[in-house]
Design a protein around this ligand. Structure first.
Ligand SMILES: [Fe+2]
Length: 180
């Protein structure tokens, strides 16, 4: 998984949006934001994924498949929705089986976007309460496993005053040492 600062240049969200030269983000920076990731080769991934799932308590999983081909007309609308800045009250855990895409996470307190370019074999944990968004890239397809504990609370709460005051948002800020 490659991590770098998003260039904020207006235009297609599916483009890399990498500064020239690129501004890479160190793993320690991601760790400080409570973003976790592992790389597990897709071929024979199950034992390693099962082990991480067991230690982190992810009892369930399902598969999602997002592609221009498979979704037809609603595709454009759907990927615009994914790209709205939001947070959840649970972790968002994805293991990429094929295809690729970008998760953008907000760095706090700078409020900069960090772009995470995910590819097959990447396992990513987006913590509860972090502002983030997702887009496919120009290849327009991704197939991933979603892992979760019980009933996942994946309702997207768009960024705003009310969401800023969400207890899970406050809890997140506390966990990274920002805010009260
Ligand atoms: Fe999300």
């Amino acid at each position: 998984m490659r991590a770098y600062y998003f260039d904020n240049v207006p235009g297609d969200q599916r483009l890399p949006h990498d500064y020239v030269p690129s501004r890479p983000v160190a793993p320690e920076t991601l760790a400080a934001l409570n973003v976790r990731f592992w790389t597990i080769p897709v071929e024979g991934y199950e034992p390693q994924l099962d082990e991480i799932a067991r230690t982190r308590g992810y009892k369930n999983r399902d598969m999602i498949n997002v592609s221009k081909e498979g979704m037809g007309e609603i595709y454009e609308e759907k990927i615009r929705t994914f790209f709205q800045e939001h947070m959840h009250e649970d972790e968002e855990i994805r293991y990429i089986l094929s295809g690729s895409g970008f998760f953008d996470v907000r760095e706090t307190p700078t409020d900069a976007w960090i772009r995470l370019a995910v590819a097959p074999g990447d396992l990513l944990v987006v913590p509860a309460g972090i502002y983030h968004r997702f887009t496919l890239d120009e290849a327009d397809n991704i197939r991933a496993l979603r892992l979760f504990q019980d009933e996942p609370k994946w309702v997207p709460y768009n960024r705003g005053e009310a969401t800023d005051a969400n207890p899970h948002r406050m809890e997140y800020l506390k966990s990274i040492g920002v805010g009260a």
